[in-house]
Design a protein around this ligand. Structure first.
Ligand code: G3H
Ligand code: CA
Length: 286
């Protein structure tokens, strides 16, 4: 199955595929191991920092081996690729999906670069995700400002602008901002589901991607997966599970074999992945 086939199946089946950030062999094992146990398709993804840490080719090879070993529909996504060159490198390394994030660029530049990325990716039968409204927040620091103050200021996606962007660029997937902040906050995140419905109406033939999947109200997620949202990104909750568990392990043992220290952390990350897979409705959908 191609990446588009996997997304189409999710759209028709009323579920979404979890896009889980991986930062090395431990998180990769956790995500693939859970996907295998629950017989779920998954997207493995890496941000700029994660790609630099693991290595773009190394990551592509690790995922290729996992695909061969498990036979599962695993897709490797470049998460928030910031420029054409990085997207090109990922395509050439064997990634299955490209998220080009030009939301920090002037709109004309975002559109022009997205078009180039689409041209190259489509020549390799790879779908491209694009965005125009910078998804606020961060997945790398837990001591953050309350999101309610960040959310103010008309930063949410305008469906008409989204429609024009998709028309002009030819992206297959659109990532909107409907309150889905990156990161986890003191208050649970509520999504603007009315706005999501408007975006869907403006883009009936475009897949939708929901970023910021950690710390979001679960009822809102259940409603979102019934729309054209076929991909939900999750990072912070995995990182918290990993860090907290590793910290507890390190405090409790004199063990120095590195591979023994991460075992429990991997198990805790697996629990988060399993909960998300069930919430997104993709269990057994292979
Ligand atoms: O692309 C990554 C995600 O959107 C992560 O968001 O840290 O809120 O799960 P999160
Ligand atoms: Ca979030």
């Amino acid at each position: 199955m191609t990446a588009i086939d996997i997304l189409t199946k999710a759209k028709n089946g009323g579920y979404a595929i979890g896009a889980f950030n991986v930062a090395g062999i431990e998180t990769l094992k956790a995500v693939v191991g859970t996907a295998k146990e629950l017989q779920s398709p998954v997207i493995l993804e890496a941000s700029d920092g994660e790609v630099k840490y693991v290595g773009i080719k190394e990551l592509a090879y690790l995922v290729k081996i996992q695909k061969e070993e498990t036979g599962l529909p695993l897709l490797l996504n470049l998460d928030h690729g910031k420029d054409f060159e990085t997207c090109k490198q990922a395509i050439e390394a064997g990634f299955d999906y490209i998220h080009f994030d030009g939301s920090n660029l002037p709109v004309a530049e975002n559109i022009a670069t997205a078009k180039e990325v689409v041209k190259l990716a489509h020549a390799h039968a790879i779908p491209v995700e694009g965005e125009i409204d910078h998804i606020q927040g961060s997945s790398s620091d837990r001591t953050k400002e309350d999101p309610r103050t960040i959310q103010q200021g008309g930063l949410y996606t305008d469906p008409e602008k989204a429609q024009k962007f998709v028309e002009q660029t030819g992206v297959d997937v659109f990532a909107g901002f409907i309150g889905n902040l990156h990161g986890i906050y003191a208050q649970e995140i509520r999504l603007d589901l009315n706005l999501l419905a408007q975006i869907e109406a403006a883009l009936p033939h475009t897949f939708l991607s929901l970023h910021g999947g950690s710390g979001v109200n679960e009822e809102d997620i259940k409603k979102a997966v019934k729309t054209n949202v076929v991909k939900i990104n999750v990072n912070s909750e995995l990182r918290v599970a990993y860090k907290m568990t590793l910290q507890a392990t390190l405090n409790a043992t004199n063990e120095i074999a590195i591979y023994k220290l991460t075992t429990q952390a991997i198990e805790e990350v697996k629990k988060v992945v399993a909960r998300k897979i069930r919430l997104f409705g993709s269990e057994g959908k292979i």
